[in-house]
Design a protein around this ligand. Sequence first.
Ligand code: GAR
Length: 198
Amino acid sequence: MSHKRVAILISGGGSNMVSLVDSMAGDHPARPCLVLANDPEAGGLKKAAARGIPTASIDHRPFKGDRAAFEAELLKPLEAAGPDIVCLAGFMRVLTGDFVSRFQGRMLNIHPSLLPKYKGLNTHARAIEAGDAEHGCSVHEVTAALDDGPILGQARVQIDANDTPEALAARVLVCEHKLYPAVLRRYASGDRTPVLLP
Ligand code: GAR
């Protein structure tokens, strides 16, 4: 059996990237082929390199105001790696419809909320502020609309009385590290049935 090739896009520490990479072993149907960042200082790049995975970075800052030019550069290492699946894992740049359409049906994202609630930023604070009883994370297929697209998995977390955004984010992150690998394994085997945790 030939493994599916997975490219992972990150912006920061890459803890979700690490959980994905470490899951792709043994009888897993996929293997990592590239970790790509929009920041040469992204902490996840070293973690990927330490695991023997090819890495690349395209600094988005010189392209301020020209998203298409940034994406043209981003595409070079990405297409060279020939991924079957692209995982956004804490990748904090908005992608254009043009870019997304190249990977339609094979690009996933993890978002720290129970989508369709709280698209965008500051999700943990917004869930607490709204008085929600629960929060969580979602993995979805990426479409041109931000934090939209078919949901492939969700994990739920209780919001406690006196919860803080930081404490809640930390508990959600633990769930992210379980959810994303579970979704990727299922997706890479051709099954798009949503994974519901716990
Ligand atoms: C994660 O919580 C991820 O869900 C979130 O950024 C964090 C990245 O952490 N993503 C988004 O907010 C996307 N809009 P990591 O670099 O340690 O994986």
